[in-house]
Design a protein. Structure first.
Length: 196
């Protein structure tokens, strides 16, 4: 058994055995995150294959990588997020995701991750100015349109839109700074699907 640094050097040189060993060591983490987010065994398996294919294609870069696990997670997160964004045009998929977040899932790990994600989102919202919080909550929790919020608060529709855009930017920045791993992905996905 090689240590990970040796495996990365071998991978960079095109060693397929090193590639297979890294796949064996890390596929479960990537698969778990993909499964939590897609709720589909088939889709999760496809995403794992895609991520590791990218690893092979970029293998010459791995002599410079210090922590493969961090690099792999970022690559997996970006790939999964990109693939899910493509699916937002599919109304059936959007409905499944909404149901997934709203359902009482029996899997304790998934429940804990989802609960932690919501807790972090709430903390992020609390960092907004009072006006941003009000507009954001009216939009997301009361599901009011920009026009309805503008009318109720006696402000322009553009001001409402600016508050929402700025709020989302600050929420994402807070989440990136204060969360990581599957919780961060769940937060971003939840925020994203609340805005589709």
């Amino acid at each position: 058994m090689h240590n990970e640094g040796d495996l990365l050097k071998l991978l960079a040189a095109g060693d397929e055995h090193a590639y297979r060993e890294l796949f064996r060591r890390h596929w479960d983490n990537v698969y778990s995150v993909a499964l939590v987010l897609t709720k589909s065994v088939e889709l999760a398996e496809d995403m794992v294959q895609d991520v590791f294919l990218k690893i092979w294609q970029k293998r010459d870069q791995f002599t410079k990588i210090e922590k493969f696990e961090d690099y792999l997670f970022i690559m997996a997160r970006n790939h999964i997020y990109t693939e899910l964004k493509k699916k937002t045009k599919d109304d059936q998929f959007k409905e499944q995701v909404h149901q997934y977040f709203d359902s009482g899932i029996n899997n304790t790990d998934i429940q804990l991750l989802t609960k932690e994600a919501q807790l972090q989102i709430n903390k992020a919202i609390e960092q907004l100015t009072p006006q941003q919080q009000l507009v954001y909550r009216m939009s997301r929790e009361q599901e009011l349109s920009h026009e309805e919020i503008a009318e109720k608060l006696n402000i322009s529709r553009n001001t409402v839109r600016n508050h929402i855009v700025q709020s989302l930017k600050q929420i994402r920045e807070y989440l990136h700074e204060n969360t990581s791993g599957a919780v961060l992905v769940l937060c971003l996905l939840k925020i994203f699907f609340e805005n589709v």
